[in-house]
Design a protein around this ligand. Structure first.
Ligand SMILES: O=P(O)(O)O[C@H]1[C@H](OP(=O)(O)O)[C@@H](OP(=O)(O)O)[C@H](O)[C@@H](O)[C@H]1OP(=O)(O)O
Length: 403
C-alpha cells in the first residue's frame, strides 16, 4: 500500500551488530520517517466524498462512513508512537557498546532534530524514550528528557527540502507536464475500468468517477493501517487493481520526489552534505557530535535515496511500462518508505596494515545494510562516498532552488 504501509518490524527485540575486526563505530546518523499517522486532510476529504457516494450501497452499509475526524489530520497515532519507541529500544540493543560509551545524554553529543510538524517531533521523542529508557533520573523507569530542534519548513533544506525549494514548487509540484500526462493516461487506461467494474458489480448510482478508484485505494490502505481490515474498502478490488493503483502512487512519487524530475536528484544534497561535514568535523577533532538523529517524512527519505542513486530502474516508470514493472521494479514505496521507515549511516574507522586508519560508511535501509551504487561493498570508504556525490557534495541549495 505504498507509503501508507505498516512497517515490517514491530518489536523492541534486536541483536548487537557485528563490528568488523580492527574497526570501531565512531558515529551514528539516522534519518527516520515518522510512525503511522492519520490520513492528511486531502485524504479525509476523499473519504467524506466516498461516504456520500456509497451511502446507498448495501454491500458497504457496515463500513462506508468516514471514521477519521478532520481535526486529527496528519497526527501521529499511538501505534506510530510505539513504532518509534521500539525503534529506539532496538537501537540501544543493536549499538549497545556505542551508546554505553557516550551516555548519559548530552545534547552536544547526541543531537535530535525533526521537521517542524507534530508527527515527526513526537516520533523523535518516542525514539528518545526507547533509546534512553533507564538512562535518566525521571520517574519510576528513569526516563531522560531531550531537546529536539526543528527549523520552519520553508527554511528546512535538510528535512523538508521540497518546501524550502521555490524551483521545486514551480516546476515539479506544479507545471509538471510529464506527471500530468502520466496521471491522465493512467486514469484513462486503468482507473476508468476499475471504477466502472465496481459501479456495475455493486449497482452504484450515480456511477463512480475514475478518481474514486484511488480514493477507495487510500481508504483501503488506512482500513488496514488503523483497523487491520482487508474486508471493507479493499474487498471492492481484485489483486491486480491493488497492484495497479500501488504502481500509480509510486509513479506520482517517482515524478514528484525522485528520478522523474532531474531537480529531485539534487534535493537531498544539503542533508547528505551536512552528514559528511559532521563526519569530517568529528574526525578532525572539531566536533563532539557522536549521534545525529533526524525525524522527517517519506519524501525526505525519497529525496535522500534519489541523491544517493538508490532504487533507480533502468528505464523510467511510465504508464506504458506498467505491465513489465508491475511486479518487478526497484522503485517501490511499500517496501522502502513505509511508516517509520528509516536510513542509518554507521561511521567506522578501521586500522589498515600500514598503521593508517580509513573511514568507512555503512548505510542501512530499514535496519538492513544496502550498497550505495558505485561503492564496492556495504562498507563504503568515505573518500569513495564523497567522490560518488560529485557536485552534490557541498551544494549551493539556494542557488539550485532559486527561480
Ligand atoms: O497523499 P498524502 O496527502 O498522504 O501525502 C502526504 C504525504 O504522505 P505520503 O504521500 O508520503 O504518504 C506526507 O508525507 P509523510 O511522510 O509525512 O506521511 C506529506 O508530509 C504530506 O504533506 C502529504 O504530501 P502532499 O504531497 O502534500 O499531499
Amino acid at each position: 500500500m505504498g507509503t501508507k504501509t505498516l512497517p515490517v518490524i514491530f518489536t523492541d527485540k534486536a541483536n548487537p551488530i557485528k563490528i568488523p575486526d580492527k574497526c570501531e563505530l565512531q558515529q551514528l546518523y539516522l534519518v527516520s520517517r515518522h510512525g503511522t499517522r492519520y490520513p492528511t486532510d486531502g485524504d479525509i476529504n476523499k473519504f467524506i466524498e466516498l461516504e456520500k457516494v456509497f451511502k446507498n450501497v448495501s454491500y458497504a452499509k457496515e463500513w462506508y462512513k468516514n471514521p477519521f475526524p478532520l481535526l486529527k489530520q496528519g497526527l501521529l497515532t499511538s501505534r506510530g508512537e510505539k513504532e518509534l519507541y521500539f525503534m529506539g529500544k532496538r537501537s540501544k540493543k543493536r549499538y549497545n557498546k556505542f551508546w554505553n560509551k557516550i551516555l548519559p545524554y548530552d545534547p552536544n553529543i547526541i543531537n535530535f532534530q525533526s521537521s517542524a510538524v507534530s508527527r515527526t517531533g513526537i516520533s523523535g521523542f518516542a525514539y528518545s524514550l526507547g533509546l534512553l529508557n533507564g538512562e535518566g533520573i525521571l520517574g519510576i523507569d528513569n526516563s531522560q528528557s531531550v531537546y529536539i530542534s526543528s527549523i520552519p519548513v520553508k527554511q528546512d533544506e535538510e528535512l523538508a527540502m521540497h518546501q524550502a525549494c521555490p524551483r521545486w514548487a514551480k516546476t515539479v509540484d506544479k507545471n509538471n507536464t510529464i506527471l500530468e500526462q502520466q496521471k491522465t493516461e493512467f486514469t484513462t487506461n486503468y482507473m476508468t475500468e476499475i471504477s466502472q467494474r465496481i459501479t456495475k458489480s455493486f449497482n452504484i448510482t450515480p456511477e463512480l468517477l475514475p478518481e474514486h478508484a484511488d480514493s477507495i485505494y487510500r481508504a483501503c490502505a488506512f482500513a488496514i493501517a488503523f483497523f487491520g481490515k482487508t474486508n471493507t474498502w479493499c474487498s471492492l478490488f481484485n489483486k491486480n487493481d491493488i497492484l495497479e493503483l500501488e504502481y500509480f502512487n509510486d509513479l506520482v512519487d517517482y515524478y514528484s520526489f525522485s528520478y522523474g524530475s532531474k531537480l529531485n536528484e539534487e534535493l537531498g544534497c544539503s542533508l547528505i552534505s551536512n552528514i559528511i561535514k559532521n563526519i569530517e568535523d568529528y574526525s578532525n577533532g572539531n566536533s563532539t557530535l557522536k549521534a545525529d538523529l533526524k525525524f522527517a517524512h517519506a519524501e525526505t527519505l525519497r529525496f535522500l535515496a534519489t541523491t544517493l542513486g538508490l532504487f533507480k530502474d533502468q528505464t523510467p516508470l511510465t504508464v506504458d511500462t506498467l505491465p513489465e514493472k508491475l511486479l518487478n521494479r526497484k522503485f517501490k514505496d511499500s517496501t522502502q518508505f513505509y511508516f517509520s521507515s528509516n536510513m542509518y549511516f554507521e561511521v567506522y574507522t578501521c586500522a589498515e596494515r600500514n598503521e593508517r586508519t580509513t573511514t568507512y560508511i555503512r548505510t542501512l535501509l530499514n535496519e538492513e545494510p544496502i550498497i550505495i551504487p558505485g561503492c564496492d561493498s556495504k562498507y563504503c570508504e568515505l573518500s569513495k562516498f564523497k567522490e560518488l556525490l560529485g557536485d552534490k557534495l557541498n551544494c549551493n541549495f539556494k542557488k539550485i532552488c532559486e527561480l
